[in-house]
Write a protein that binds this ligand. Structure first.
Ligand SMILES: C[S@@+](CC[C@H](N)C(=O)[O-])C[C@H]1O[C@@H](n2cnc3c(N)ncnc32)[C@H](O)[C@@H]1O
Length: 270
């Protein structure tokens, strides 16, 4: 039950509350122990109410997100000719919201060349959509051979290998305007030009600061006119720089933010 787990921000909140409690009570003890005790009790009660209110809000947000997930899953189910269940959506994978957006984009724009950074459930969902509409191909790159193999196996089990392939692209130092930073080995993607849909769902945030910004700097020239770029996790601060870059490059294009758990931003290049 995630609500009961102490996550990083919850731990911070508890530490701040405890520090305030101890400092204020400590100051009160300079006046008298009765004042210190009174302050301690008042602040404990106030802190408890604060935490209860916080968890109530968190649980309400959780309910809203769950109902959004259900709606997105219903859409995915109805949009695809699903012959086997999809792999589970996890906190590492794309969200149902991202998967639903990708299906919608493929159905409307019918992209023929798709490049995805970070393979997984989204690769399978996009490959199914291409199969159902009868054209297009997705190349997904993964820095982690374990997850690349996992996605390849899932594509094979779903008989989708004709529509998608997963390439191993280790993170190597790449030249960016900020100096060298780890990013997918570009030589793996040498054959990919005129990309109609680019899905940026990797590398992982922990690989470095602004981990996804090189996608813009290194792949922009390979996009077809009017290409769609989908960026996942755009509620995160680290991704805002990437979003700003794509948006400034797409001044004549359109962009849309999908308000969901991780935040998805969709940009159409000019
Ligand atoms: C955000 S994930 C990409 C998710 C993918 N688009 C999907 O829909 O499942 C970025 C990378 O995380 C790695 N990854 C996937 N699942 C993971 C897990 N459970 N633990 C650690 N890394 C994982 C994979 O190498 C993947 O390329």
């Amino acid at each position: 039950m995630p609500l009961l787990r102490l996550k990083h921000e919850d731990t911070r909140r508890v530490v701040v509350l405890m520090t305030i409690l101890l400092v204020v009570s400590g100051l009160g003890s300079l006046i008298s122990w009765t004042v210190a005790l009174a302050l301690f009790l008042v602040l404990t009660v106030a802190g408890t109410f604060f935490m209860i209110a916080h968890y109530q809000r968190a649980s309400e947000e959780c309910r809203v997100q769950q109902s959004q997930d259900i709606q997105d899953l219903q859409f995915i189910q109805s949009a695809l000719d699903m012959r086997r269940p999809l792999p589970y959506f996890t906190r590492w994978s794309s969200s149902p919201a991202l998967a639903a957006q990708l299906i919608g984009i493929i159905q409307v724009y019918k992209p023929q060349r798709i490049l995805e950074l970070g393979s997984g459930v989204s690769t399978v969902v996009m490959a199914m959509t291409l199969r159902d509409q009868g054209s297009g191909r997705i190349t997904s790159v993964d820095h982690d051979p374990v997850y690349a193999v996992k996605t390849r196996k899932e594509l094979a089990a779903q008989e989708l290998h004709a529509w998608a392939s997963v390439l191993d692209a280790p993170l190597v130092p790449c030249d960016t305007p900020r100096g060298a930073q780890p990013w997918y080995d570009l030589s793996v993607m040498d054959d990919l030009e005129q990309i109609d849909l680019l899905v940026v769902d990797g590398p992982l945030r922990k690989s470095c600061k602004n981990a996804r910004l090189p996608a813009f700097e290194l792949l922009r020239e390979r996009l077809a006119p009017g290409a769609i770029v989908v960026l996942d996790d755009t509620v995160r601060d680290d991704e805002s720089a990437s979003v700003a870059s794509w948006l400034s490059a797409a001044r004549d294009g359109a962009s849309r933010f999908v308000p969901c758990r991780k935040g998805v931003t969709i940009v159409q290049m000019p």
